[in-house]
Design a protein around this ligand. Structure first.
Ligand SMILES: NC(=O)c1ccc[n+]([C@@H]2O[C@H](COP(=O)([O-])OP(=O)(O)OC[C@H]3O[C@@H](n4cnc5c(N)ncnc54)[C@H](OP(=O)(O)O)[C@@H]3O)[C@@H](O)[C@H]2O)c1
Length: 429
């Protein structure tokens, strides 16, 4: 442990950057290794933008790369965001200069983590990203460090607070996706361009990082199967509830002898399951290991305070001289995992078919499923007002996804079926 003063450069003064500067001003004695911490440079797009704290006394850098390489900076903190562009350039510049980097940038780590880890380890500079996954919940350290003695088999959880807020509100208020998204944007839970969140990409970045840490491989974001919540229909939220389920955006990573399957899907969780009960903007995560069994953690996945606390914990690790590989193993031994073909995965599903209200339709649907080898677990038929046709809703027993998809395609082609069938997976949790 080295007792010295640490000079920090902070690039990005938005939600997280503001949170960090607020934290450092509230905790001037924050010095887990002794010594002192001081901010010796900041960078953002606009110098004149009003900020929740005074930056007039802090050295200003127009260019985050110049900040990263400044001789007055010992630790570079990247809170700009984005997988490429200035964030990546500045992180690379800091690492090339042998400087420790702390970042909250999941897109950067999920998409370029392996090459950055190789650079960091070659230069002997820590690269830490606790805040990138689940904000204030210490998921990264837990998986990379505390659980390194186990063999993790699967991880599944709610990793995007915006989607969780939207789904929770849709169920609670009976409003459509579009209505609730607009409210989430007004409240600051959703970005003006919500694609990263509602498209499932943000959750996919996070689960790709957790999969790499858990299974000892390089992040393989390109292999993730991603479906967001933008197509989730209020009707399915209501009908799923009638069947005893709640719709959640579940991100999961499963390891099998064939490889690793990383996916993000709107999924059904039983109402009494902890994932179903994690409402609002909460994040929640199950980890299953060969020896420890199951662990469940839940907490705030975003926001200035929780995320800044996670960034500060990484700064503390740098100060105390904690030395670990960037991922679970040295970068030189990491390779991308072998992705499992999702069509081979086996699971239960919820299906909804909108059909003409005429005799024989239910029989046609159930016969087609039976012929394809899909066995029905439960069945619900409800009259729905003000819609054309009648929904037939069912859940299946576990079935290979390829078999299920083939059956759904055949049913979609029946003349009595009025629109594309809706399919939601039932989470394997
Ligand atoms: N928000 C959260 O709760 C949260 C949680 C976990 C992780 N993260 C991650 O933390 C990072 C920052 O997120 P955020 O929510 O704080 O973002 P944000 O509020 O949008 O702030 C981004 C900051 O980066 C600055 N910036 C943008 N382009 C720049 C450039 N070319 N050069 C210098 N500065 C530039 C912006 O400057 P101006 O202020 O002048 O526009 C702004 O201060 C992202 O990687 C995000 O994924 C966020």
């Amino acid at each position: 442990m080295t007792s010295k003063d640490w000079r920090i450069g902070v690039a990005g003064l938005g939600t997280v950057g503001a949170g960090l500067l607020t934290f450092l001003s509230e905790r001037p004695g924050f010095a887990p290794a002794g010594g002192r911490v001081s901010v010796t440079g900041v960078s953002a797009r606009s110098r004149s933008r009003p900020r929740p704290f005074d930056i007039s006394n802090l050295p200003w850098f127009d260019d985050p790369v110049a900040l990263a390489t400044s001789p007055d900076v010992d630790i570079f903190v990247e809170l700009v965001g984005g997988s490429d562009g200035p964030a990546k350039a500045a992180v690379e510049a800091a690492l090339n200069a042998g400087k420790p980097v702390v970042t909250a940038n999941k897109a950067l780590i999920a998409e370029h983590g392996a090459e950055l880890a190789a650079l960091a380890e070659a230069k002997g500079a820590p690269l830490l990203f606790e805040a990138a996954v689940m904000g204030g919940v210490p998921a990264v350290k837990m998986v990379r460090e505390a659980l390194v003695g186990d063999d993790i088999r699967s991880i599944a959880g709610i990793l995007n607070g915006t989607c969780n807020f939207i789904l929770t509100e849709m169920e609670a208020t009976g409003r459509s996706f579009g209505d609730v998204l607009a409210e989430a944007q007004r409240l600051g839970y959703a970005e003006a361009d919500p694609t990263m969140d509602v498209g499932g990409f943000d959750a996919a970045h996070k689960i790709s990082i957790l999969a790499a840490l858990a299974f000892g491989c390089a992040p393989n974001y390109a292999a993730a199967e991603i479906e967001g919540i933008d197509q989730v229909d209020l009707l399915d939220i209501k009908l799923a509830r009638d069947l005893g389920y709640r719709v959640k955006l579940v991100a999961s990573a499963d390891r099998s002898p064939d490889g690793v399957l990383v996916r993000v899907h709107p999924s059904l969780a039983p109402l009494n399951h902890p994932l179903a009960q994690a409402g609002g903007a909460l994040n929640a995560l199950f980890i299953e290991g060969a020896r420890i069994g199951r662990i469940f953690v839940q907490g705030p996945g975003a926001g200035a305070g929780p995320t800044a606390a996670a960034v500060a914990a990484d700064i503390a690790d740098v100060m105390t001289g904690a030395v670990r590989p960037v991922f679970q193993a040295p970068a030189s031994s990491l390779s991308p995992f072998t992705p499992v073909d999702p069509s081979k995965s086996v699971g239960r599903a919820y299906l909804r078919f909108m059909v003409k209200d005429e005799p024989g339709v239910i029989a046609a649907v159930s016969e087609t499923l039976a012929e394809a080898g899909v066995s029905i677990e439960s069945f619900l038929q409800k009259p729905v007002e003000n819609t054309e046709g009648v929904p037939i809703v069912l859940t299946t027993h576990a079935v290979a996804e390829s078999v299920l998809m083939a059956a759904v395609e055949r049913i979609a082609g029946l003349s009595s079926v009025l629109e594309r069938p809706r399919l939601l997976r039932i989470a394997r949790i």
